[in-house]
Design a protein around this ligand. Sequence first.
Ligand code: T46
Length: 139
Amino acid sequence: MPGGSARLIDLPVVSDPRGDLTFVEGRNHVPFDIARVYYLYNVPVDAERGGHAHKVLQQVVFALSGSFRLTIDDGLEKSEFWLRNPRQGVLIDRLIWREMDAFSQGAVCMVLASHPYDEADYIRDYEVFRAAVQDTTNS
Ligand code: T46
């Protein structure tokens, strides 16, 4: 991919008659130290979230409950992930445009992030994103 990349990450599960337990360790199950966790909930079913890329941040996105669609775009190609399994997340590298929609009623999205929140790390303009991808490809 010319910019960053995105791929599925499967987490371990420990199941017994009391239910399932999944865990995640930074630099083990995800390829970075986890600096921040945030979650989206009470999301209206017709809401659209995302619509940006990050200059440096890496994240892993999970549907802890319910489901939603995650569309990622590396500047050339788009692909879709339907997230509905709390054991399976999508690792989103830097310089990947992401959009999220089609949230089911009561969906909960949890995100593990490699850095604290920093608005300066966001690219919220699609043409600026395309130019940043092109710069990376040319260098
Ligand atoms: C991403 C997708 C998957 C904070 O103050 N701290 C935080 O850690 C975050 C994530 C957001 N905010 C503030 C910034 C905005 O004023 O919360 C407000 C809503 O954020 P935003 O419109 O960026 O939310 P989403 O759902 O469109 O995007 C979020 C993340 O920001 C983004 O990094 O990849 O979820």
